[in-house]
Design a binder for this molecule. Structure first.
Ligand code: NOJ
Length: 765
């Protein structure tokens, strides 16, 4: 456990730039805590009536609802009778203690309640939204943000978060892309494990440990057409190669719980899917924690059409492997009867209850059910928490484009020179609430420093401001004032994008260009000819093709949290350099989606044998007639204020390696040297990609297998080294075996998923 958060922060930030390039996921004893208290669990189980057992599998919301509110129950009454195991959405040490007292002082067996909440990207100290945090490519930093969220949340009585969301997401129409780490399974694994370590710490019984929950199990991110809650139909190979690995990584990191999802998967709703919930999760992965349903997802088996009544829904959800029923009340209503009638064996209920109780024992709730009511005031928004929020925001910004801008000739527009008059324009420039992003937990707009406030402090009377329009504006009355501000300034900073509720749950969109009349405002300002920086705030990629053609510099800033303004001011004026890299592809136009870097090559690639991007122009190729196939900005993309040069990738002269040697643990050693060729220090993320051909099934045109983030002074070089072995090469083959095969192997060390030239070798039989 990180008992001294300040020391832990310093330690982790020192580590962040020297992190091991290829992450190890095996942590042999990360799950030991799950069975440590089993003798106490069994002793308690023996004393429980069937109703009391089922009570442990029931969860209701108190306070703010995070789904449709369908059921009201008297929770205190339920608690006294042992009929409630967990509450979600209740916060505040006093409030939590009050209800906990009913459980531990008035119920027969005194089993404490487990209090859950969506602590997603901070508690009171709000960090960038998870897709922004992912763009830092800095697992140690992400772990620290989760640790701080845990310290703040547990001080308010919350011991369980419904995070991390580890859904791979390839369709930016889906609003929930914001809650995850993007489109890549390797990066998804690294980041998923970091969140679990950060939330839970190393000892669950520490009062600052926040039990984590890997969600939404599984394939929720592949919702058809990007429409939330929609169905998913995919091959088992795709599921295992891409969508399952981040979930497995959370188990290897010791995660305590899983949440089943809303979507159906190949015809079977994931909250009643025996294959994913039992065959994979329990039989293959030996997961010993418990699974909670998503909000009413057991009841939703009825509209899905696989149950006609609540009793069948409870039966299907429970026997498939969902242990706890969030908010549907169907386990409470039907499980006792299903057991008594012999349809559900009691030992299945015992096993589910055992999983819940072992978690409560591990959290120390039996010894320590109450929260110190004086603690919260001491920990929320501590200066070091806020400092980390600023650093995380700075590292999350992705500089998409940075060109020379007339009339400032010479160097790229960013960083801005001091002494200029700046016109700050746009509806996101001073919108504190939107900076928090969706799922901001206890984030409060009063704590936010906006871009306008930060620039006003820095520039004083050299800052001109005009809102210009609303986020979803239709009227143009504010345009004239904005144009006049631009005309008076040396440089314009536009702050445009989405409001916070345009991403997150139930926030799918069919258009991803700048909302409302923001692009019209942008065009009016571009017409002034002033050098312009566009800062985009959004929970997802937007389609920015026009902007990328007409605006010199573009920063994608996500929704950056409480320190949005100071972090941006520092990056705009070069006190720090942008270092974020995209973890999700930015399409040119929406018609291209889903568009992701690790796609398959077709039989008719547009650019010939090796190059799927270079359009040969020939007919009868896999291409659009009216749009390029390539993304506007690829996965891994991000500029900074210097330039890096990559040496050719070296595989040490190796031409071939045998399958037998790889099976025996041999590794391919690859390296490249990266040199800072510019005149400023900068941070680079060198990315290791592979491609295999000649295999029994089609493999992606590139797959990320490692990365290293580091800083270089002007003229300085660094040689990055990776090892590729069985773990990196294995895939689910034509016989659905997870194995390595003979292949032609291409290896890149490159700045993004489209850069670099590969070294080629063979993996021989
Ligand atoms: C529904 C969401 O899908 C899930 O992510 C969240 O954890 C629950 N509601 C609880 O708020």
């Amino acid at each position: 456990m990180l008992r001294n958060p300040v020391r832990a922060l310093l330690l982790a930030s020192a580590l962040s730039l020297t992190a091991a390039p290829v992450w190890a996921f095996e942590a042999a004893d990360a799950n030991a805590w799950l069975t440590r208290h089993d003798s106490r669990v069994d002793a308690l189980l023996k004393q429980m009536t069937l109703e009391e057992k089922v009570g442990q599998l029931v969860q209701f919301s108190t306070g703010q609802a995070t789904g449709p509110e369908n059921i009201k129950v008297d929770q205190k009454d339920l608690l006294k009778n042992g009929g409630l195991g967990s509450i979600l959405n209740l916060t505040g040490a006093k409030e939590v203690n009050e209800i906990q007292r009913v459980a531990v002082e008035q119920s027969r067996l005194k089993v404490p309640l487990l209090m859950g909440l969506d602590v997603i990207h901070g508690y009171r100290t709000t960090f960038p939204v998870p897709l922004g945090l992912a763009a830092t490519w800095d697992a140690a930093l992400i772990e620290q943000t989760a640790r701080i969220a845990a310290i703040e949340a547990t001080a308010e009585g919350v011991r369980w978060t419904f995070a991390p969301m580890v859904d791979i997401a390839r369709d930016p129409r889906w609003g929930r892309v914001m809650e995850g780490s993007g489109e890549d399974p390797y990066l998804g694994r690294v980041i998923a494990a970091a969140y679990v370590r950060g939330f839970q710490g190393s000892d669950l019984s520490d009062p600052t440990s926040l039990l984590a929950c890997a969600k939404h199990y599984v394939a929720y991110g592949a919702a058809e057409a990007g429409r939330d809650y929609n169905s998913v139909d995919m091959s088992e190979r795709m599921l295992r190669d891409v969508y399952l690995p981040p979930f497995k990584a959370t188990i290897d990191a010791g995660v305590g719980t899983f949440m089943s999802a809303f979507n159906s998967l190949s015809g079977v709703p994931t909250s009643a899917n025996h294959f994913t919930l039992t065959t994979v999760l329990r039989d293959e992965w030996a997961f010993k924690g418990f699974v909670v349903s998503d909000w009413t997802s057991i009841a939703e088996l009825i509209p899905h059409g696989i149950a006609l009544d609540g009793k069948t829904a409870a039966f299907k959800g429970f026997t498939a492997g969902v242990d706890m029923d969030m908010q549907a009340n169907l386990y409470a209503m039907h499980l006792p009867e299903l057991v008594r009638s012999g349809k559900v064996p009691e030992r299945m209920v015992d096993e589910a209850v055992r999983r819940v109780l072992r978690t409560k024992f591990a959290l120390g709730l039996f010894e320590n059910p109450y929260t110190d009511e004086t603690l919260s005031a001491k920990v929320q928004l501590k200066p070091e928490h806020v400092a980390l929020a600023r650093r995380a925001a700075e590292e999350s910004f992705v500089l998409l484009r940075n060109e020379r801008a007339k009339p400032i000739e010479g160097s790229p527009l960013l960083p801005l020179a001091d002494g200029k008059t700046v016109a700050l324009i746009g509806p996101l420039a001073d919108s504190a609430d939107d900076m928090l992003g969706e799922w901001a937990c206890k984030g409060d707009k009063k704590d936010v420093v906006t871009l306008r406030s930060a620039l006003a402090e820095k520039l004083k009377d050299k800052l001109l401001y005009a809102k210009g329009t609303e986020i979803l504006g239709t009227v143009e009355t504010g345009f004239a004032e904005a144009v006049s501000a631009a005309e008076k300034a040396d440089v314009v900073v536009m702050a445009l994008g989405e409001h916070r509720r345009m991403s997150g749950e139930a926030a799918s969109r069919t258009r991803l260009d700048l909302p409302g009349n923001q692009q019209a405002l942008l065009k009016a300002i571009v017409a002034t000819g002033k050098p312009m920086v566009l800062v985009v705030f959004a929970g997802r990629p937007l389609t920015l093709a026009w902007e990328a053609e007409h605006v010199a510099s573009i920063i994608h800033a996500w929704h950056p949290g409480v320190q949005a303004g100071p972090a941006l001011a520092r990056v705009l004026f070069g006190e720090s350099s942008p270092s974020g890299r995209l973890t999700i592809t930015f399409p040119r136009s929406l018609g291209q989606v889903p568009l992701y870097y690790n796609r398959f090559k077709t039989g008719r690639p547009i650019g010939g044998e090796d190059d799927d991007q270079k359009d040969s122009g020939a007919r009868y190729q896999s291409r659009y007639l009216d749009e390029k196939n390539s993304p506007l900005f690829p996965f891994g993309w991000g500029l900074t204020y210097t330039t890096f040069e990559y040496s050719p990738v070296s595989i040490g002269g190796m031409k071939s390696i045998s399958l037998a040697d790889l099976e025996n643990g041999a590794k391919i050693k690859v390296e490249a040297t990266v040199t800072n060729r510019g005149s400023r220090a900068g941070v680079e993320v060198a990315q290791l990609y592979i491609r295999q051909r000649g295999t029994s099934v089609v493999r992606p045109i590139r797959e990320l297998k490692g990365f290293e983030k580091f800083s270089l002074q002007p003229g300085e070089s660094r040689t990055v080294r990776f090892e590729i072995g069985k773990e990196q090469l294995a895939f689910w083959n034509v016989d659905m075996k997870h194995t390595i095969e003979s292949a032609e192997l291409a290896v890149w060390i490159a700045p993004n998923a489209e850069g670099g030239k590969p070294a080629i070798m063979t993996i021989a039989n």
